[in-house]
Design a protein around this ligand. Structure first.
Ligand code: ATP
Length: 326
């Protein structure tokens, strides 16, 4: 087994609160293990265009509490081409980087998987996305903070919804995944969650109206996962106008504010544990695995499984929202 001497770190795809805590943990654990560290800027873009900076322990001071990512992030189309990835590998060799830790979502993992198949370089990934839509881990870095942002916003919307006796559709992010909407609904006491996972089975809006939530309440809040197929919250409000005009429906799209903010304690701890585990994994000769947290324990999932495994929504949580909204 080749001994690793220099580790490169990058953050890619959508930013997520806690990415900085992960960068800090990877850097400091690497230095603790006598490895050199290089920060790669703007995700795969920094690899392809050779935008890298040496990191020492002080490079990651005072960042654990900051949202976003000090390394910046980007969506890099050049990395999708063979030529782009070849440039990236040449730059890694020129910098003598002999292992990579990448932090990002589904797309970032797909990129890492292809790069690892083509080149002899060990890569470990951390799941960093507010969507929580990756298999191989119960929870992703950034998800808890985004949930907390959502409940804070919904608490405020509830005041006006109650006063005006309105139906509010609050659209949350989720990239075709209903975790934020469903658990946001449980945590904020919303009347319903409309999620992409159930889209093909049932007309969720019609079901909501059929349930007759007006019987016991004068206002309602429905969390809606963004979904181009239904038009998200705006699409649902339009349907209400046309099909159920007796309801006074309003829309709030939370948008990018869900990505920002200081990470919660849960996200800081998760990112710190995963960051340290990434270095443990590399030192132990692991390659091409994603670090996950399952039942409170750190586990390794091969990239091939992490990108194909779907993490199903819990049916019992869907039921819970219904039960608690009577
Ligand atoms: P989020 O879940 O927040 O959207 P993500 O990691 O899924 O994050 P993407 O934009 O899908 O974000 O992917 C990040 C980057 O990964 C892309 O910009 C691209 O550089 C790289 N990438 C994605 N898919 C591939 C692929 N098939 N081949 C090579 N690189 C890829």
């Amino acid at each position: 087994m080749r001994r690793i001497k220099k580790v490169g770190i990058l953050t890619s795809g959508g930013d997520a609160p806690g990415m900085n805590a992960a960068i800090r943990a990877i850097t400091r654990s690497a230095i603790y293990n006598n490895l050199n560290v290089v920060g790669i800027r703007r995700g795969y873009y920094g690899l392809v265009f050779n935008d890298m900076v040496p990191f020492d322990s002080g490079s990651v001071s005072n960042i654990i509490q900051q949202g976003g990512t000090i390394l910046k992030t980007a969506r890099c189309k050049e990395f999708i081409s063979d030529e782009g990835r070849f440039e990236a590998y040449k730059n890694l060799c020129a910098q003598a980087i002999d292992a990579l830790v990448v932090i990002g979502g589904d797309g970032t993992l797909r990129g890492a998987r292809i790069f690892a198949e083509e080149n002899d370089i060990p890569i470990v990934a951390l799941p960093g996305t507010i969507d929580n839509d990756l298999g191989g881990t119960d929870i992703t870095i950034g998800y808890d903070t985004a949930l907390n942002t959502i409940i804070e916003a919904v608490d405020k919307i509830r005041d006006t919804a109650t006063s005006h006796e309105r139906l509010f559709f609050v659209e949350v992010m989720g990239h075709m995944a209903g975790y934020l909407a469903l658990n946001g609904a449980i945590a904020s006491g919303a009347e319903a969650a409309i999620i992409p996972e159930r889209e093909t089975e049932i007309d969720q809006l019609a079901e909501l109206v059929r349930r007759g939530f007006r019987k016991s309440k004068n206002s309602a809040i429905v969390l809606v996962a963004e979904n181009p197929a239904t038009g998200g919250a705006l699409g649902l409000a339009q349907r209400i106008k046309e099909e159920f005009p007796e309801y006074d429906a309003r829309v709030t799209i939370l948008g990018h504010l869900q990505r920002g903010g200081s990470p919660t304690a849960a996200d800081r701890i998760l990112a710190s544990r995963m960051g340290a585990e990434a270095i443990n994994a590399l030192m132990a000769g692991q390659r091409n695995v994603m670090i996950g947290s399952q039942n409170g324990r750190m586990v390794y999932t091969p990239f091939t499984m992490a990108v194909t495994q779907k993490k199903p929504i819990k049916e019992t949580d869907i039921e819970l929202v219904k039960i608690l909204s009577i």
